[in-house]
Design a protein around this ligand. Sequence first.
Ligand code: BGC
Length: 479
Amino acid sequence: MPNRESLIIYEVYIRSFRDASGDGIGDLRGLIAQLDYLCWLGIDGLWLSPIFRSPQADMGYDVSNYEDIDPLFGSVVDLDLLLAEAHKRNLIVLLDIVPCHTSIEHPWFLEHKDWYIWYHGDAPPNNWRSAFGGSAWSHYRREDCWYLHNFYPEQPQLDWRNPEVYTAMLASMRFWLDRGVDGFRLDAVQYLFVDARLRDEPASPYPQQTGTVHRDYAALDHVYTMDLPEIFPTLAKMRRDLSGKLLIAEAWNKVEDLAPYAEAAGLVFCFSLLFSAPTAQDVGAVLAASSHSRGLVWALSNHDFSRLATRWGHEFVRLAAVLLLTLPGSAVIYQGDEIGMADGPGGIVPVDRLGRDAFRHPIQWTPSGGFSSHEPWLPMIGREGEDVQSQRNDSHSLLWLYRRLVHLRAELHGPLEEVHVVNEVLWYRRGRHLVVLNFGDRPHAIPAPLSRMEALLWTGSRPDSGLLPAHSGMVGTQS
Ligand code: BGC
């Protein structure tokens, strides 16, 4: 098992990774065929987007059977093979478990009514909104009552106050652990519990739309549907019951508010950099706020959020790679970021219900595609040189920079000891290593305290003249 405090996890969005079956949709066999690539990159393991049986109303985040693989992606035998091949290469494999809701087509919805949250009345009991738009309550005609869903109506919310829900979910997690899975990403766990009295949520003092949540949803302060105190003992118990297996909680809070999740689950995603502008001030403020945090898993892109190359711009992708891979804690590389992929046109409405397919286009493996022998489910969008093969053949490519950083990272130890912002330059220290990032669009002098540092890695031209080129980064040691 790699060092749990400092993992590099690669997010495999399975649909768009590699298609072996020839139907235009990525699958487990395709992933197995590319494991050597991931090994070459040097990462510690993979997190696989949902692969369980699902009607795919939310691309697998609507599970209809937690103990089977969706035929779109392969079979349980394929997963066994993936585990064997990944472990042979010292890669750990994390699956995406969706604990807060099931698919409305899960047999539980009919067989275990009391595992869900219902309201009997003429109208919804409160003002709760779904993160994806509309009321969080849908009418269930068969019984003339309302059920709760924090996301799409096809995703009814489970009632975690019913101990049978915990037992059932844990049994499914153990099912995969027994087959050799190393842990789980815990999807959307901020929503595990909702207020038992179903009280109205107040207006948000900062109605800010984050990510792809709906405007009406952002107008409310989610004090009764998110981050409820029962979540933390439940996650801590889950971690104990699963003998300390790796669990990464998905929470969208600011970095300073993630500690309870990190303490309970062991690891928590930190998305604060997704919301930062590419400036030394903004990024420096996030790093300063993170300095006492433990268990963070940093991310600069994911399948729910506009990609880094689009958000910050192509000119920042090298600097961003240095940032992501030199921070203390763990990091996730979203597939395709290592070759500089940007957002694409996405899918067609109503299949792409929220416009998130723009962040999910297939990986360009070769200049002519290399993803599938069939027409891919979303078009290939790689610009010239934005494919794995070309970049593997060019030691100056972004892909090679990622690889060099992944290897250099093994030498970086300890917390962030200093974080400084000087004009458009951000620099920080970890032990004897220093990291300097110039967010400006013009060269800046290397800050005076670093003038005698010995450069180990740099993204632009070699910084001999004491100047850092625009949008460049450098890692060095204090001589
Ligand atoms: C996942 C989304 C999904 C939502 C509901 C999220 O946090 O990353 O893709 O739509 O949970 O399950």
